[in-house]
Design a protein around this ligand. Structure first.
Ligand code: ATP
Ligand code: TZP
Ligand code: MG
Ligand code: MG
Length: 308
């Protein structure tokens, strides 16, 4: 990673602002409307509560317009366990949250694994404005329409691409979709949304803010739903977002809080593997949130961010 350049002043300032944002979430207690998969609903709701936000799971389209009225609310669309009618449900929710200008986070679970999922993801992207797209390497690669990491069901396989490749792929998707893009994995790549009207060759004409993150723990790849739960936290942080912070900062903060919590959880004496890791992870998410609320948490010492 020697090409990465951290400008010390900007870095410190950025990390301090991230700490501030974490405390805003506990103050505002944002509403997180989940349309998510059947595997991970309970853990997602608990993690959302742990950061001080308020979760609800609903796939009942008739109530979406009422839910979208809730102040400081946001929508998570996770297509982990789709059904025949699911895409229309996703679409109706996106339309309602777009009407109110509230954030919509999309987790294109397993999109590279089947042609049905590719079609569903395309419909979701066409349904309206997506604030943040968060996926693993295989998913982001597939959505970007480039050759690279493959999917085996919901998991990425063959993720042998270089960090430069990952950055290029995430940037391509951010340019194409105008969404903030987070590609997760052992190293996470975050690219800001394309807010301009630039057309043409992105490598020549567009130089988006791009950060890479090295925090996290291997146990996150040994439990189901590690990516899904991160989607809940990103939605909470984007929804609590006031004028001072954009979706890039919100996503960065949620990711840092989560991956640092994973590190401290895994280091606990009571944690012996993926099973004991899960409850410890919830405890640590809660602990960091509470400490941020009291301005008691020093992100500077623990965050491992590279600014590209
Ligand atoms: P997959 O099913 O391919 O594991 P996913 O949707 O569960 O994908 P991940 O890419 O595993 O998502 O990312 C979820 C979280 O776990 C992210 O915060 C990421 O930083 C972290 N993570 C994943 N793998 C590792 C690892 N080997 N070491 C450290 N952190 C990791
Ligand atoms: N099957 C459908 S969704 C799902 C499984 C196992 C959970 C995937 O969670 P994640 O966060 O992408 O690992
Ligand atoms: Mg996973
Ligand atoms: Mg996932």
């Amino acid at each position: 990673l020697d090409f990465i350049n951290i400008n010390d002043d900007t870095y410190e300032e950025n990390i301090r602002s991230l700490g501030e944002l974490a405390s805003i979430v506990t103050e505002v207690s944002p509403f997180v409307h989940h349309i998510t998969n059947n595997v991970i609903k309970n853990l997602s709701a608990n993690a959302t509560l742990a950061v001080g936000a308020s979760p609800a799971m609903s796939e009942c389209a008739e109530e979406f317009s009422d839910f979208a009225q809730i102040a400081d609310g946001g929508l998570l669309v996770n297509m982990g366990t789709p059904s025949r009618d699911a895409v229309e449900v996703y679409r109706r929710a996106i339309v309602e949250y777009n009407k109110k200008g509230r954030p919509v986070i999309f987790d294109p679970v397993a999109v590279g694994a089947s042609s049905a999922r590719k079609a569903a993801a395309a419909d979701i992207l066409n349904a309206g404005v997506i604030t943040v797209i968060k996926g693993n390497e295989g998913e982001i690669t597939s959505l970007a329409g480039v050759e690279g990491a493959q999917m085996k069901g919901v998991d990425t396989i063959d993720n042998s691409s270089t960090i430069e490749d990952k950055i290029d792929i995430a940037r391509k998707l951010a340019l194409d979709t105008r969404s903030t893009v987070l590609m997760t994995g052992e190293i996470d790549v975050l690219v800001e949304a394309n807010n301009s009207s630039i057309a043409g060759d992105y490598t020549a004409s567009w130089n988006p803010r791009t950060w890479i993150f090295e925090n996290g723990h291997e146990y996150l790849s040994k439990i189901t739903g590690a990516g899904c739960v991160l989607g809940s936290l990103i939605t909470a942080f984007c929804a609590a977002n006031n004028k001072a912070f954009g979706s890039f900062e919100s996503t960065a903060t949620a990711l840092l809080l989560y991956t640092i919590a994973a590190e401290t959880a895994a280091a606990k004496e009571s944690v012996n593997g993926p099973g004991t890791f899960v409850p410890a992870l919830l405890d640590e998410i809660y602990k960091i949130s509470e400490m941020s609320k009291k301005n008691d948490y020093t992100w500077l010492d623990v965050a491992k961010i590279g600014i590209v």
